[in-house]
Design a protein around this ligand. Structure first.
Ligand code: PLP
Length: 479
């Protein structure tokens, strides 16, 4: 493709994207296909000769779109939002065009420097204590963009593991590292994201998954008791992950209780706020992270709820040297003359190569402004409250979670089976898309406000669909 064709196709692609966004509501929200559908439609082998652009684009509509779940659809209420906005798409386009690989400062200085500044901007926007920021060369804090919250959790655990083993090795120089490793115990609640379980698996440490209270929160006393029991068995608590905005029901662990338990014994506290973190841009939601000053590391995903496209998962640490000590490898070809002065982000995560993701943070924050992003979050929270009120007015239903932000968990007053039937009939219709969760063995339906420009009408429509399917279900049951 030469430059002239790129310009033509680029304009066409922007038109296609805008048209897709504008007409999205006319499509089914979920595809109506079976596994393996695409294998029957595409050739067995890759084409030997290059093909016409028109033919490729035609096949996007014919073969790809019928298999797409439209996460930006106004009827999509599953999971959490998948961030999206035109400024973010355009920034990613530019990042792809620049095509630099910013593993070190020298590999593309703007890539690293913009990331440092954006993480400071964002950290301040959400009210993180200043010791998480890079603000000056004197502090030890700092932020980094990772590919996913799962990576943030993993690298925090690896940093904590490294620091703990190092300290233990000083106390017990003749004990093998493998023996010390076998004693380490990590903690989270049963509502924590499964990425914690995966991190413990990869990190080869034990994980104790703790019960929550009736509001699905991990309490400080529960944690302290578990640690005491484990210590009595010769185990060494070293890492706790608390969640602000759990995946199942958007509950918030009280950091002000968990933090002091960790602080007392120098245990690494990681806070996962993958979804809810974006809400802290609004001062009125910052009370939900009371106690954040106890955390050693914190992550949130602007690519969930801050209008940024995947991937952009931001993470801050109070002591960046603890993170890099756990991850540093330094072959000669990656070293440069400013290695001692500059941040080299390759030491902050698992991959070597890194895209220029700070560009989309910069574009989105500048284009919307803090005020615009606050409005977006507040609109979603208001709409979730509206949905909650509709449920509360209908005696057939109950609301199961405390609705702080954009997620409402509800169920029909009745068996799990009944709720399962309701959700599967709604999802099969392609009229709405929601997913379930299990809260204390009760099957609940999660309704999340996801669409970028969600409206009051979308909420009313969703409620109409849900009540219609509920009435139909009761009719069938009477037969
Ligand atoms: N933490 C929470 C609270 C989440 O809700 C999720 C995903 O929804 C994750 C972690 C994992 O996020 P990622 O897909 O970025 O690894």
């Amino acid at each position: 493709m030469d430059t002239a064709e790129f310009k033509k196709r680029g304009r066409e692609m922007v038109d296609y994207i805008a048209e897709y966004a504008e007409t999205l509501s006319q499509r089914r929200v979920t595809p109506n296909i079976e596994p393996g559908y695409l294998r029957h439609l595409l050739p067995y082998n890759a084409p030997h000769k290059g093909e016409e652009w028109e033919d490729i684009m035609k096949d996007v509509e014919r073969f790809i779109m019928p298999g797409v779940t439209h996460w930006q659809h106004p009827r999509f209420h599953a999971y959490f939002p998948a961030g999206n906005s035109y400024p973010s798409i355009l920034a990613d386009m530019l990042s792809d065009a620049i095509g630099c690989v910013g593993f070190s400062w020298a590999a593309s200085p703007a890539c690293t420097e913009l990331e440092i500044i954006m993480l400071d901007w964002l950290g301040k926007m959400i009210g993180l204590p200043h010791d998480f920021l890079c603000l000056s060369d004197h502090g030890t804090g700092g932020g980094v963009i990772q590919g996913s919250a799962s990576e943030c959790v993993l690298v925090s655990l690896l940093a904590a593991r490294h620091a703990t083993i190092r300290a233990l090795k000083q106390q017990h120089p003749f004990v093998e590292e493998g023996v010390l490793l076998s004693k380490l115990m990590a903690y989270c609640s049963k509502e924590a994201h499964s990425s914690m379980e995966k991190a413990a698996m990869i990190g080869f440490v034990k994980l104790r998954i703790l019960e929550t209270d009736d509001r699905f929160q991990l309490r400080g006393t529960t944690l302290a008791k578990a640690m005491e029991e484990d210590r009595a068995m010769g185990l060494i608590p070293f890492f706790v992950m608390a969640t602000l905005g759990t995946t199942s029901c958007c509950s918030f662990d009280p950091l002000y209780e968990i933090g002091p338990v960790c602080q007392k014994d120098g245990i690494w506290l990681h806070v996962d706020a993958a979804y809810a973190g974006s809400a802290f841009i609004c001062p009125e939601f910052q009370y939900l992270m009371r106690g954040i000053e106890y955390a050693s590391s914190f992550n949130m995903n602007p690519n969930k709820w801050m209008l940024l496209n995947f991937d952009c998962s931001t993470m801050w640490v109070k002591d960046r040297f603890k993170l890099t000590q756990a991850l540093v490898v330094d072959p000669l070809y990656l070293q440069h003359s400013f290695s001692d002065k500059a941040i080299d982000y390759r030491h902050w995560g698992i991959p070597l190569s890194r895209r220029f993701r700070a560009l989309k943070l910069w574009f989105v924050i500048r284009k919307y402004g803090v005020e615009g992003l606050q409005k977006y979050i507040r609109d979603h929270v208001r709409l979730a409250k509206k949905f909650e009120n509709l449920i509360r007015k209908d005696d057939r239903f109950e609301v199961v979670n405390n609705v702080h932000l954009g997620l409402v968990c509800f169920r029909l007053k009745g068996s799990n089976n009944l709720n399962q039937k309701l959700l599967s009939s709604i999802n099969a219709s392609g009229k709405l898309h929601m997913v379930p969760a299990s809260l204390n063995d009760r099957y609940v339906i999660r309704f999340c406000v996801c669409a970028q420009q969600a409206t009051d009408d979308d909420i009313s429509h969703a409620w109409e669909v849900i009540t219609q399917f509920t009435s139909d279900l009761y009719e069938i049951m009477k037969m």
